[in-house]
Design a protein around this ligand. Structure first.
Ligand SMILES: C[S@@+](CC[C@H](N)C(=O)[O-])C[C@H]1O[C@@H](n2cnc3c(N)ncnc32)[C@H](O)[C@@H]1O
Length: 208
């Protein structure tokens, strides 16, 4: 007899494997843009989502959704009327996000253009930004360009969260990024380490 639940489990597993392969392939092609060999784990997604008070968020943007693991969780946690769009530079990752979240509004663009995209979306100020960007792979000048755009689109007191890999804390680039965050935001806190992530990671929770 045909076993429906086994067939659903198999197709979910095949989809997840396909996502992981897409991610790895993209990393091998563009390591400094992708910055990781696998999507964030469900534990890191949960830690990222806990960083925000979703009831107070009316407009949110996501930076670098990759295969859409944060995107899906954002859509499940935000209020139905919340405005949401994502910005992803890689065409292959845009496709992967749309496969996971067919109804998401996603722009294939660089987050350095966030101000223009907010204008297109008729969003005056965002309440929150969820970032999956690989900061440690970016040169200092790009980190600054992206961070300098944030006060132009995020309201004062708005929330920004981004993850970093634990081992980066010991490296000069990781330490520089931590200092840079502290110079751009009025509050910066670190979540607990998410050990069930490859590699272990934590979330920077920042308030403008
Ligand atoms: C480490 S992956 C994270 C994916 C996903 N958020 C996750 O946690 O699994 C980083 C993503 O950021 C995207 N990205 C890198 N630089 C970008 C930029 N300047 N603008 C928009 N997306 C960018 C990459 O293409 C990649 O999909």
């Amino acid at each position: 007899m045909f076993n429906v639940s086994r067939s659903i489990a198999t197709s979910t597993w095949v989809n997840l494997l396909g996502e992981k392969l897409t991610f790895l392939r993209s990393f091998l092609r563009q390591p400094t843009q992708i910055g990781a060999i696998a999507p964030s784990s469900s534990d890191l997604v949960a830690t990222m989502i806990e960083s925000f008070n979703w009831m107070n968020i009316n407009a949110v943007a996501e930076y670098g959704p990759g295969t859409g693991v944060f995107t899906q969780a954002i859509m499940q946690n935000m209020k139905p009327e919340t405005r949401f769009f994502a910005i992803e530079q890689s065409a292959e990752m845009v496709k992967a996000t749309l496969k996971r979240c067919p109804s998401v509004k996603i722009y294939q663009d660089s987050v350095t253009n966030v101000q223009r995209l907010c204008e297109i979306e008729s969003i005056d100020r965002l309440d929150a930004i969820v970032s999956g960007l690989p900061w440690a792979a970016f040169p200092d000048v790009l980190q600054d360009r992206i961070l300098n755009e944030i006060p132009k689109v995020l309201r004062p007191g708005g929330s920004f969260a981004t993850f970093a890999y634990w081992q980066g804390l010991a490296l000069p680039a990781g330490k520089r990024f931590s200092r840079r965050l502290r110079s751009h935001f009025s509050q910066v806190q670190r979540s607990k380490t998410v050990w069930k992530n490859m590699p272990p990671a934590f979330v920077y929770r920042c308030v403008l």
